[in-house]
Ligand binder design. Structure first.
Ligand code: HEC
Length: 158
């Protein structure tokens, strides 16, 4: 809870919380779900930072939003939405990177999936701050809006 309130104060200091649906706006910002009830406007710089961190930490397995070793559990909105509980919001993605669970939510996979919880065995995760996790989650959720035909299982472009 302490961690969440830290994240929330960080966010409300820098961003606007809204209740609108997902849309891509003209000035290179996107509105994506923060939690089940609220959307947040994410600026281009945030997405760029998230992309850099994602490429450094996650892309070896998730390039283009797929999962190389398990194509059924990609980072596209359909796969994220059907997880239990759904992973299609910033908070739920941060939760996953902190302590990842099986698709049905029943068991931790922190020992095999890079996470904050298992940073002792995944050194790249050690330096990630709460703000970095926010950026990575924002990047993942912005891609279905910004690059819909390149992100996820649909068409493979590389
Ligand atoms: C060593 C390869 C590897 C790396 C590195 C990796 N992942 Fe994964 N990721 C996987 C695998 C495999 C799964 C599927 C796990 C399962 O069986 O449920 C997965 C699943 C996920 C899911 C769940 C997707 C869904 O549809 O529910 C998310 C979210 C995710 N990874 C995010 C990340 C993020 C963010 C990073 C970087 C911080 C990362 N992963 C780094 C291999 C990796």
């Amino acid at each position: 809870m302490k961690k969440f309130s830290k994240i929330i104060s960080f966010i409300s200091a820098s961003f606007l919380l809204t209740n609108t649906n997902v849309f891509a706006s003209e000035n290179n910002s996107v509105s994506i779900p923060f939690d089940q009830n609220n959307n947040v406007i994410i600026q281009e710089e945030e997405i760029k930072k998230g992309k850099r961190l994602f490429n450094n930490t996650c892309a070896v397995c998730h390039t283009g939003g797929i999962t190389k070793t398990n194509p059924n559990v990609g980072l596209d909105l359909k796969a994220l939405s059907n997880a239990n509980p759904p992973r299609n919001t910033i908070l739920s993605l941060i939760d996953f990177i902190e302590n990842p669970k099986t698709y049905d939510g029943l068991e931790s996979i922190a020992e095999t999936h890079p996470s904050i919880k298992s940073a002792d065995i995944f050194p790249k995760l050690r330096s990630l701050t709460d703000g970095d996790l926010y950026s990575i989650a924002s990047y993942i959720l912005s891609q279905p809006i910004i690059n819909p035909e390149k992100w996820g299982g649909g068409k493979i472009h590389y």
